[in-house]
Design a protein around this ligand. Structure first.
Ligand SMILES: CC(C)(COP(=O)(O)OP(=O)(O)OC[C@H]1O[C@@H](n2cnc3c(N)ncnc32)[C@H](O)[C@@H]1OP(=O)(O)O)[C@@H](O)C(=O)NCCC(=O)NCCS
Length: 175
């Protein structure tokens, strides 16, 4: 298994990554934001994605987003192909994403929002703390990314103060 910072040769996997996110969102039912192949491609082109490949087969993916003019970065779109789940792959992908992000944006606070227990566990081990949404970026574009999640009505109803996801934050100045 290769786990590495994605480069241009991985653009051919954008469709399969997008499809994996969409099919997992359906199965899980708790809500996952969808991501288009074009959006995923931009992340790869900007050196802001981590991919796992086994024998040319897509195994997993995660990307970095920059918000509030670099004050915050988020790690989103974590996906492990069903066949490769339950073997610690998500943890390895998130750890590389975390280290890459700290090197590239050393002063940024790192955050994620999730309903998933595996992601909460991984984030906790990396030093993230649970926080209310007030501690996360107020960048409109980040929250707009939730619009394809099936719980988006909840987020709007609470004026972005809370939703079904838990916010988790790593503050480089407090760790
Ligand atoms: C969530 C997901 C990325 C986990 O991938 P994975 O490679 O199976 O995860 P890992 O094997 O690295 O597991 C990480 C931790 O979560 C635990 N875990 C994994 N799947 C779990 C599950 N279904 N329920 C509870 N715990 C689980 C593991 O035991 C491990 O904990 P440990 O370190 O205490 O042993 C994968 O299931 C997936 O792609 N799901 C659909 C997309 C998704 O939900 N993305 C997250 C959006 S926020």
């Amino acid at each position: 298994m290769e786990i590495l910072i994605a480069s241009l040769k991985h653009i051919k996997y954008c469709n399969v990554i997008s499809q994996n996110i969409a099919s997992s969102a359906k199965v899980r039912g708790t809500g996952i934001a969808l991501r288009s192949p074009e959006y995923i491609q931009t992340k790869i082109e900007n050196n802001n994605a981590v991919i796992a490949i086994e024998n040319n087969e897509f195994a997993g993916f995660c990307y970095i987003e920059i918000w509030g003019h670099g004050k915050y970065v988020a790690h989103s779109g974590l996906i492990v192909s069903p066949k490769f789940r339950g073997k610690g792959l998500a943890k390895k992908i998130k750890t590389l994403t975390f280290n890459h992000s700290k090197n590239k944006y050393p002063n940024a606070k790192i955050f994620g929002i999730t309903t998933g227990l595996p992601v909460m566990k991984i984030n906790y081990e990396l030093g993230y703390k649970p926080v209310t949404f007030s501690e996360l970026t107020d960048d409109e574009a980040f929250w707009k990314g939730c619009s394809t999640c099936k719980n988006y009505d909840v987020l709007n109803r609470t004026r972005r103060e809370m939703c079904l996801c838990t916010g988790m934050l790593y503050d480089p100045n407090k760790n």
